[in-house]
Design a protein around this ligand. Structure first.
Ligand SMILES: C[S@@+](CC[C@H](N)C(=O)[O-])C[C@H]1O[C@@H](n2cnc3c(N)ncnc32)[C@H](O)[C@@H]1O
Length: 197
């Protein structure tokens, strides 16, 4: 399985936002929605072996499971609506237990460290960083967990935490690209066994 953990620094943690202002008042939820679809959708289908986790303000994690998700469309607005629907159920997520808010979509009141703790055993954690080790010199792991930031840099605290957890910091190229674009390139890197076929 492939997993993507995307850190949302400005995104809302409650449902009080407009679907008409995703890039502004909703703290770049447009970008986070594109990350979900870049991770899970392929042409005419869903990547069933992929999960994506949006960590919002280091306090709430919304997870999408490719094997179970339904009604996921390529447009940002309908994906943001699934995120808003999840946030409407935030109070139902008791302790660290997830609440299923739509088929294949769940919300957990966990931040980055606890979310990574839950999935770390699933595979090696790779931090995506334009200044990391070029992927051309790395073999893709079988079950990678990629960690990305949104439109902002990783904070110092996130960087320090990740330094102790990741198996590597990898660069997809010398040019910094958007997070959803980085997901697409990371998929291609794994799909092609490290650009070898
Ligand atoms: C728009 S960037 C974050 C902004 C940051 N100032 C920058 O220029 O990297 C979004 C995220 O995508 C990933 N990313 C972007 N370009 C990348 C690259 N060339 N290699 C690896 N990861 C990249 C990183 O995780 C980054 O934090």
């Amino acid at each position: 399985m492939r997993q993507f953990v995307v850190l949302g620094h400005d995104a809302p943690t409650d449902a009080d936002f407009s679907l008409d202002d995703l890039a502004g008042g909703a703290g770049r939820l447009d970008l986070l929605s594109r990350c979900v679809t870049a991770a899970l959708l392929r042409s005419h289908g869903v990547r069933e072996d992929v999960r994506v986790h949006l960590v919002l303000d280091d306090s709430v994690t919304i997870s999408f499971r490719g094997e179970d998700v339904r009604r996921l469309n390529p447009d940002e607005r309908s994906t943001a609506a699934l995120i808003r629907q999840a946030l409407q159920r935030r109070r139902d997520a008791v302790g660290h237990q997830p609440v299923e808010t739509a088929p294949g979509v769940s919300l957990t009141r966990l931040g980055l460290e606890a979310t990574l703790g839950r999935i770390a055993d699933d595979g090696g954690i790779l931090m995506l960083d334009a200044e990391g080790t070029p992927v051309s010199s790395v073999t893709p792991p079988a079950d990678p967990v990629f960690v990305l930031s949104d439109h902002r840099d990783f904070t110092n605290a996130e960087d320090a935490l990740l330094s102790g957890l990741v198996t590597g910091r990898i660069s997809l190229g010398p040019v910094a690209i958007h997070a959803d674009q980085a997901i697409t390139v990371a998929h291609n890197w794994v799909d092609t066994d490290g650009f070898s076929r």
